[in-house]
Write a protein that binds this ligand. Structure first.
Ligand code: ATP
Ligand code: MG
Length: 336
């Protein structure tokens, strides 16, 4: 027998999942029943998707099921990157989906898990339309990611089970804090602040240990907000990020204020800077004018007034608002 590794301790931790009983039971159906063929766990960052996935893996292995676990962070989001990662896990080279069928086919049930699916957006259509159909009948697929799996629902219908993870109940949140060594009275107060968001609860528990002298709320709020803000803002696409930055420093966001952050639709790498702005908003740099030169009249042909850029900025602004609305326990970006 080889040396004992930390994996067994990690498995124990995954097995000690708090709450999530119904979700865990639903995922066991992938191992014990004919249906569903695919399950998709989705929810916001830090809500516990990976932890639930790990618990499902522990449950499956405990029933003798072979588990093959992949993570979207571990390979490039291309067909080749995916097949190479899967081939590495199976210890056999895979060049095409036909090779996958051959490598995974057996009489025994196999559970294939893909965590952090949001890193594989570029590969999503291939996964749904080429990879899944090529899986042999004995394989069940479990995916976890932040995006709502609308396209998966459309393609797989009743063969797919979606599980949307929400924050933990108040009781489960207090249990998590107590298990992390937080005193019961303080746990009740901190649970209110974190609103059942597991990552926030973990961060809060860590902060309380690090700063024992401070009142609980003071100790947890700073580290919690800082880490959550980093997590969510890092996840935004560049355009949404710019709109989000602009919207975060003003009392009221208007399109005119966002416009300097937008880019010329004809020159996507060239930002329309405030230095080109006129009294009516950001004027078009001469080189951005449409063929034939600027039109005359009160409204110059500004880069930022092109309908494409305008609607893109508005979409980004809306996306930023939606993103901040759906964020857990109110890491509010406050007005100055
Ligand atoms: N049900 C739970 N019981 C105990 N701890 C949990 C639970 N759910 C999540 N956690 C803890 O909360 C933290 C965040 O969970 P996890 O990493 O699973 O979130 P996630 O949804 O996968 O986030 P991301 O979208 O960033 O991948 C981890 O430290 C995890 O151990
Ligand atoms: Mg995760």
């Amino acid at each position: 027998m080889g040396p004992r590794t930390m994996q067994s301790t990690l498995d124990q931790r995954a097995g000690a999942l708090i709450g999530r009983e119904s979700e865990r039971a639903a995922l066991l159906e992938l191992v014990e029943r004919d249906m569903p063929l695919v399950a998709f766990v989705h929810g916001i960052a830090g809500v516990g998707k990976s932890m639930l996935l790990q618990a499902a893996v522990v449950d499956a292995r405990a029933r003798g099921t072979l588990v093959v676990a992949l993570d979207g962070r571990a390979f490039e989001p291309t067909e080749r990157g995916f097949l190479s990662s899967l081939g590495g896990a199976l210890n056999t080279p895979l060049a095409t989906v036909v090779d996958v069928t051959g490598a995974l086919a057996s009489d025994a049930r196999v559970l294939l898990t893909i965590d952090t699916h949001e890193q594989l957006r570029l590969l999503d259509a291939w996964l749904r339309q080429s990879f899944v159909p090529a899986l042999p009948h004995n394989v069940r697929l479990l995916v976890a990611g932040r995006d709502t799996p609308t396209a998966w629902q459309r393609d797989l219908g009743g063969l797919l089970r979606t599980i949307r993870l929400d924050n933990l109940s108040d009781e489960a949140a207090r249990t998590l804090l107590r298990r992390a060594g937080v005193d019961s009275a303080i746990a009740a107060r901190v649970a209110q602040v974190a609103r059942g968001h597991p990552l926030s609860l973990q961060l809060a528990a860590g902060a309380l240990v690090e700063r024992p002298g401070l009142p609980a709320e003071d100790a947890v709020l700073g580290p919690m907000v800082e880490e959550l803000a980093r997590l969510y803002i890092d996840g935004l696409d560049p355009m949404t990020r710019r709109a989000f930055d602009a919207a975060s420093v003003v009392r009221r966001t208007t399109l005119t204020l966002l416009e300097p952050r937008a880019q010329c639709s004809r020159h996507p790498t060239r930002p329309v800077t405030a230095s080109t702005a006129g009294p009516r908003g950001p004027a078009c740099a001469p080189s951005c004018a449409p063929p034939g030169g600027p039109t005359s009249g009160a409204t110059p042909p500004t880069c930022s007034t092109s309908s494409r850029t305008r609607s893109s900025a508005m979409r980004s602004s809306r996306a930023a608002q939606t993103s901040s609305r759906s964020n857990p326990p109110a890491p509010v970006i406050t007005q100055p």
